[in-house]
Design a binder for this molecule. Structure first.
Ligand SMILES: [Zn+2]
Ligand SMILES: [Zn+2]
Length: 425
């Protein structure tokens, strides 16, 4: 007596991407790769798991992700490892390890893993595309990186989104600002949201970014970083905004847009879709991290990048009714009622000439083969019956329009394709 085996399902918080939906993923990746290449970024592929310290130092011990959401494990050799929760730290680790000449521009497409409570649009394995530009603190690089993200969203067909921009200052101006923020908030810690009462000391900047009323009210009169920038940071920020204006990139200033660690500096930005629900409307974001390479053991090297969530971007596309799935359609379906050898060889010839064609298998009836041809969406059937097989010909039949079928020698059909790339009839 065998016990009944319950077929396993994809783990909680993960999802499969299958055709036809996967055709959008493919188009999205091609679009991103094309743009990234045009902007001078080369593809970088790093391991999906890293030494745990890469993320502890790369994202900061105090970040929510590192604290609560990371997939950490010990391998069979006793190494402390973690699945990648985001893209930047791994790329910077690779930069430090290989020391390529700068400026160095990398793009990536990768799954990311976070142990989150599963809900709509949030996955334990989600996917990101992104770029990192290392080796220059020129504000024009910031503009290029932001413009690339915007071009990508436009390329998807999105138009209902806003870009928020802020500056985080630098190691010259931020410490004094943090002192001022701490002294302002310290007497009111009890009125912050429960999470930030706990985390305030570790990471006071994050309080500004909190969407809860308690924190919003408490920080209403708080000093903002933009007003406390040093001369260099002010100049840098102004040049970034000037560059965005020159490129026709619409932006709004958001003084509360912060990233919470010392190695995040100056420019920070976020794209939010106005077609999506408020709490889940961020479709991409990033910023400058002039201290991160050093943090991960490399030489002082400025850098800036962004990450875009593929699932979230596609939700925004759905909400705007753009970038629908368009799976490829075969140009012809080969119907062979003589046993399949003719179909085997004709399909191989046509594919070697660059055509997407399909056929049926398992020696099915003519009726079943034409049904499959219809389902495939192909506009033409290439029919091989006993007469065609004997004569070395093929019959071309339209499947989606009224038109008399044509029988022609196989050699003539193949010659025509060779010369024009299409089935001539
Ligand atoms: Zn500064
Ligand atoms: Zn809060």
């Amino acid at each position: 007596m065998s016990e009944e085996f319950e077929a396993p399902r994809a783990p909680t918080g993960t999802h499969d991407v299958l055709p036809p939906e996967s055709s959008r993923w493919q188009s999205l990746l091609v679009l991103f790769a094309t743009l990234a290449e045009r902007w001078g970024f080369g593809m970088v592929h790093t391991p999906m798991f890293e030494d745990l310290r890469v993320f502890h130092r790369g994202m900061g011990e105090g970040s929510e992700v590192v604290g609560k959401e990371m997939y950490e494990f010990e391998d069979r050799g006793g190494r402390r490892l973690a699945l990648r929760p985001e893209g930047t730290a791994s790329i910077v680790r690779a930069f430090v390890q290989h020391r390529p000449t700068t400026p160095w521009r990398a793009w990536y497409a990768t799954p990311s893993f976070r142990y989150e409570r599963p809900q709509a649009g949030r996955y334990r394995q989600h996917h990101q595309v992104g770029v990192e530009a290392l080796g220059s603190d020129d504000p024009d690089v910031d503009v290029e990186v932001i413009t690339l993200a915007q071009e990508f969203f436009h390329g998807l067909g999105l138009s209902q989104f806003t870009l928020s921009v802020n500056s985080m200052g630098c190691s010259t101006c931020r410490p004094a600002y943090l002192d001022a923020l701490r002294s302002h908030l310290e007497p009111q810690v009890a009125s912050l949201c429960p999470e930030h009462q706990e985390r305030f000391a570790l990471n006071p900047l994050r309080v500004l970014d909190c969407k809860k009323d308690a924190c919003l009210d408490t920080t209403a009169e708080a000093p903002m970083l933009l007003g406390a920038l040093c001369e260099d940071c002010r100049t840098h920020h102004a040049r970034v905004l000037d560059g965005l204006n020159a490129r026709g990139v619409a932006w709004v200033a958001n003084e509360r847009l912060v990233r919470g660690f010392d190695y995040y500096t100056r420019t920070t930005f976020e794209f939010a879709s106005s077609a999506l629900e408020g709490a889940q409307n961020a479709i991409g974001g990033g910023g400058r991290y002039d201290g991160l390479v050093e943090q991960l053991g490399g030489p002082a090297t400025p850098g800036i990048g962004f990450g875009i969530g593929i699932e979230r971007a596609l939700l925004a596309c759905d909400a705007e009714g753009v970038f629908a799935a368009s799976p490829p359609v075969p140009v012809a379906f080969v119907v062979d009622v003589t046993g399949g050898v003719a179909a085997r060889d004709l399909v191989a010839s046509l594919r070697s000439m660059g055509l997407f064609v399909e056929r049926a298998y398992d020696g099915r009836s003519m009726k079943a083969q034409f049904k499959a041809a219809d389902r495939s969406g192909a506009p033409l059937a290439l029919l091989i019956g006993a007469d065609e097989l004997a004569a070395g010909s093929v019959t071309i039949r339209a499947l989606r329009e009224q038109r008399d079928q044509v029988t022609k020698p196989l050699g003539e059909l193949l010659n025509g394709i060779e010369q024009t790339g299409e089935i001539q009839w």
